[in-house]
Design a protein around this ligand. Structure first.
Ligand SMILES: [Zn+2]
Length: 185
């Protein structure tokens, strides 16, 4: 039996305790964009939010692609989400390769280069990556300006979130200015 066969069997038991109220219209309160990584699957526990409140949008990284933007527009404009959270993490599988190297490797291994250059959205630094994704969402004209867009890195070792400042240059300058005046005092 395959894993899918096991899952279909298990579903018959699940259906016996299924909450039928879920058949009503979806009513999410927040859209969370996170990585496909299975270690991020338990968002209700990680974030202390009910399943029914979270629209979960998952890609590798996560990367804010055109599809993700479309889903965020629907989540906030149609379904009722009021906030957007981008949830990156440490130890991401998408930091273990580069797009160029994987394209070359797969073209060589299969003898077919026709899909190149495939965009895998690999990246190096989770903080910088989060910052870029926040900017992408924030820049979209159909994401309402009063919808908060905040990004975080989930630490796989500690289980803690740290918020990423979307505009570190300005914040850094302000901190440095503060540092000088503090030293003067
Ligand atoms: Zn990941």
């Amino acid at each position: 039996m395959s894993i899918i066969d096991d899952a279909v069997m298990a579903n018959r038991n699940y259906a016996k305790r299924h909450d039928r109220r879920l058949a009503q219209r979806p009513a999410p309160k927040i859209a969370v964009v996170t990585c496909m990584d299975p270690r991020l699957s338990n968002l209700p526990e990680i974030l202390g939010l009910p399943h029914a409140d979270i629209d979960v949008i998952r890609t590798g990284g996560p990367a804010v692609t055109e599809d993700v933007l479309a889903e965020l527009v629907v989540s906030t404009r149609v379904l009722g989400s009021r906030e957007i959270m981008l949830l990156d993490h440490t130890g991401c599988g998408f930091t273990t390769f580069t797009d160029d190297a994987l394209n070359a490797k797969l073209a060589a291994a299969t003898g077919d280069a026709s899909p190149t250059p495939m965009r895998f959205f690999s990246y190096d630094d989770p903080e910088e990556h989060t910052r870029e994704q926040i900017r992408k969402v924030r820049a979209h004209p159909w994401i309402a300006k009063d919808v908060p867009v905040r990004g975080f890195v989930f630490d796989m070792e500690t289980g803690l979130l740290s918020e990423v400042d979307a505009a570190p240059e300005r914040a850094g300058a302000a901190k440095r200015d503060g540092g000088v005046s503090a030293m003067d005092r």
